[in-house]
Design a protein around this ligand. Structure first.
Ligand SMILES: [Ca+2]
Ligand SMILES: [Ca+2]
Ligand SMILES: [Ca+2]
Ligand SMILES: [Ca+2]
Length: 496
């Protein structure tokens, strides 16, 4: 077999494999549940139901057998949601984000409107308590706000690296803590764009606040008057050389108080693909429980009153309830879940015992990580993988399936270029040589930057690819030939 035919067969095999992977991977069921905004649930059916927020597909209500009862889809992305009996028996508070256009947002690019909403499940009455725009469409979406009583909320303001308390009647911020008060810019992501990714806040019964500062890999305890109590901080800022980090880009820590076996903190240790609990002892925080069987970027874990743990397993597009032996006793499919609540069992882990109190044994050993996903995470930055998983969940594809499916257009492109170069044809563009040599990255980038949507797309999603595009535009092999690097080669010219 000659060499070209072997290469062609190889290309064909990759294309077929890629096509097949898309078909096999489309495992997230399409949602057939009618969407409604008006009184989505009957009041008799609330307790025992599981509420799940999805970052891509709405707010889901699931029955005890895991089937979908209702779905709310008023907002682009839902994050934290809590039942708030203080505000009404059938009322929830949720945090959501909606992308808005350049003209409506007041910034020079597309932006996000973050909002905190009270919603009555049985009447459909919706009240936007507080909203604020932020510059970026993905990294600036608020993930959490909690209800503090009439006209008071606390917000984990991921966009401005702070926590604040607001009066929702006047719209005024009455207290705030800025991450700059305790951290310098060499910590966390070390970028201005998504420095801390401050993603969760919880007010404790004594008035202290527990805050998750994701990119610094820390859960901190704040005194509203004096700031962070360093002696209570759980986790250390990410040290790439450290083998055994305490937390790695966590989400949704829950404080379990002494009355139910704490102080302990149950947290979704997302990049470690586990949920973990730390008990406070005389010598500090000690790991008291861990569960990692099959989890793939979990972002919420709630301890239920019976000692089971309810987990939003984000990249596996599912929610699971595991018992003390590690068996899955309940599960449901939801695209890119952010967090989950079992209605009737208190908010988060409010009514659940600590692992120590419940006598839970750690269940570890089986990583749920697809080996290809592990490799992809070594090659691409977290930001790319996370952005990709968000886009793919809308297409009902997993991260691995998405990358495999990209092989098809990529291979067809390379195949096409190879066939072109094997042929006798060469391109001659109807423009002068000056342009052929001016295809440098800076010029291309400048031209593209004039178009705001392209700039926004590039900044949010394509940043890691820009160096590759720059190399390509400089190398520019087809144009180089026309410009004379092979002047003696017979060329059949095609005019465009
Ligand atoms: Ca919640
Ligand atoms: Ca919270
Ligand atoms: Ca939780
Ligand atoms: Ca929860």
């Amino acid at each position: 077999m000659n060499r070209k035919r072997s290469v062609r067969l190889c290309f064909l095999a990759i294309v077929l494999f890629s096509a097949l992977s898309v078909g096999v991977d489309a495992t997230i069921p399409a949602d057939e549940t009618p969407v409604t905004s008006d009184g989505i649930l009957d009041r008799s059916s609330l307790d025992g139901m599981t509420m799940v927020t999805s970052q891509s597909d709405g707010l889901f209500f699931l029955s005890e057998d895991g089937s979908q009862v209702a779905r709310l889809a008023d907002e682009d992305a839902y994050f934290d949601a809590d039942r708030v009996p203080e505000a009404g028996t059938h009322t929830i508070l949720y945090t959501a984000a909606n992308d808005i256009t350049i003209t409506d947002c007041g910034f020079s690019t597309f932006c996000t409107e973050n909002r905190v909403v009270l919603y009555n499940l049985t009447t459909g009455e919706k009240q936007i308590l507080f909203s604020m725009t932020a510059k970026r469409t993905t990294s600036d979406r608020w993930h959490d706000a909690d209800y503090l009583g009439t006209n008071r909320i606390v917000v984990a303001d991921i966009a401005r690296d702070r926590v604040f308390i607001a009066n929702t009647s006047t719209g005024l911020i009455t207290w705030q803590w800025q991450a700059h008060q305790a951290y310098n810019t060499s910590s966390g992501s070390q970028t201005a764009e998504d420095w801390t990714h401050l993603n969760d806040v919880e007010v404790l019964s004594d008035g202290r606040l527990m805050v998750s500062i994701r990119n610094q890999d820390q859960v901190v305890f704040l005194d509203p008057a004096t700031g962070i109590n360093d002696s209570l901080t759980l986790g250390q800022d990410h040290d790439p050389a450290a083998e055994n980090k305490t937390l790695y880009e966590q989400h949704n820590p829950d404080y379990i108080p002494p009355a139910t076996g704490g102080p302990s903190v149950l947290v979704a240790d997302s990049e470690h693909n586990r949920v973990v609990e730390f008990q406070r002892t005389e010598s500090g925080w000690e790991q008291s429980w861990e569960y990692d069987r099959g989890l793939n970027w979990p972002r919420d874990a709630d301890r239920l009153p019976n000692g089971n743990t309810l987990v939003a397993d984000s990249r596996d597009n599912q929610v699971v309830e595991v018992d003390s032996t590690g068996q899955i006793v309940w599960q449901a499919s939801v695209p890119l879940p952010y967090e989950t609540e079992r209605l009737g069992s208190g908010s988060e882990s409010d009514s659940g015992p600590s692992a120590e109190r419940a006598g839970l044994q750690s269940i570890t050993g089986e990583s749920g990580q697809n080996p290809l996903l592990v490799t992809l995470k070594q090659v691409f930055p977290d930001k790319v993988i996370n952005g990709f998983s968000f886009v793919l969940s809308g297409l009902r594809l997993s991260v691995v399936g998405g990358f495999l499916s990209l092989l098809m257009p990529g291979t067809l492109l390379v195949w096409g270029i190879a066939e072109w170069r094997w042929s006798a044809y060469r391109l001659r563009l109807p423009i002068g040589k000056w342009w052929l040599w001016s295809g440098d990255a800076g010029r291309v980038w400048t031209v593209c930057s004039w178009v705001a949507p392209i700039r926004e797309l590039a900044v949010n999603h394509l940043e890691p690819w820009i160096p590759a595009l720059a190399v390509w535009s400089v190398w520019n092999p087809t144009m180089g030939r026309v410009a004379g690097s092979h002047p003696l080669r017979p060329v059949r010219v095609v005019r465009l």
